[in-house]
Ligand binder design. Structure first.
Ligand SMILES: [Zn+2]
Length: 274
């Protein structure tokens, strides 16, 4: 039976991603605050279409917004581990990374009653030891890598990347990778971000992005019997009016193509059972 799955994932970073970039003055903090305004809008839309989804929430955001975080769980959505702060693991020591990972799982379990099965790194940037830590601590899946578009695969341990360019792949482990792409992430398309040495223009017309995303899903339907496409949203980005309409139209288009919406944990179980 052909099956084409869409995983809608929401990284509820609030201000943590801006703070980790050194943007700590009142306006960027308020920009992140808008995420807490947007989450109820997103939950309403998902409920209207009976769509299960996955929210990745950093530990600091669980502490800043306990009620909003609990509302995600109470609405029936999965909560995955997104580290403690929003500093990418590639910028942490292995000890700091492991402490953050476990502390965050504990905070999620305090809401949901069980440890999260999935992990997504801040800024899609794993450290050389992340895969090892996830395997050691029994995570079922990871979702920050870009080695495929619509097929999960097994994460590798111990890849060696020589500065000369030679890459030696390590052994596959039991953790499933649920691949992502910057293309299928709302942030680079829509957010205007001015940093001391760079400007990310963002502010793309939603219709143009929508057409690309629908075509990525259509291509999967036309070329694969089974596949899963993962979309990444940030409440403070997607929660603006015209982008909420974009999200609604994406949901309708995927439904029209016969797509099935699943949270990531269920999509992983389905992949393992194939
Ligand atoms: Zn994030």
């Amino acid at each position: 039976m052909p099956k084409h799955i869409a995983c809608l994932t929401f990284d509820f970073d609030a201000m943590s991603g801006l703070v980790s970039r050194g943007l700590t003055t009142p306006t960027p903090v308020s920009r992140g605050e808008f995420g807490a305004v947007a989450v109820p809008r997103i939950l309403n839309l998902l409920e209207k279409h009976t769509i299960p989804s996955t929210f990745f929430i950093p530990g600091v955001v669980l502490e800043t917004y306990p009620d909003v975080s609990r509302s995600v769980h109470h609405a029936g959505h999965e909560i995955g581990n997104h580290g403690w702060t929003h500093v990418p693991p590639a910028n942490l020591t292995p000890e700091e990374e492991e402490t953050a990972l476990l502390r965050s799982s504990e905070a999620i379990a305090a809401i949901t009653g069980r440890n999260p099965t999935g992990y997504r790194s801040a800024s899609f940037d794993l450290s050389p030891v992340t895969a090892q830590l996830l395997s050691k601590h029994g995570f079922a899946y990871e979702s920050s890598m870009m080695g495929h578009d619509h097929s999960p695969y097994r994460l590798r341990l111990g890849d060696v990347v020589d500065p000369s360019g030679q890459v030696t792949f390590g052994q596959e482990c039991d953790v499933i990778e649920m691949p992502v792409s910057w293309n299928l992430d709302d942030f680079p398309h829509f957010e205007f971000l001015r940093m001391p040495n760079s400007i990310m223009p963002g502010l793309a017309p939603a219709d143009a992005v929508l057409e690309n995303w629908i075509n990525d899903f259509r291509y999967m339907c036309e070329t694969e019997e089974w596949g899963v496409l993962t979309f990444t949203f940030h409440p403070y980005v997607i929660g603006r009016g015209h982008r909420m309409i974009f999200l609604q139209r994406l949901i309708e288009a995927i439904s029209d193509m016969g797509g099935v919406f699943m949270n990531m944990n269920d999509a992983v179980l389905e992949f393992r059972g194939k």
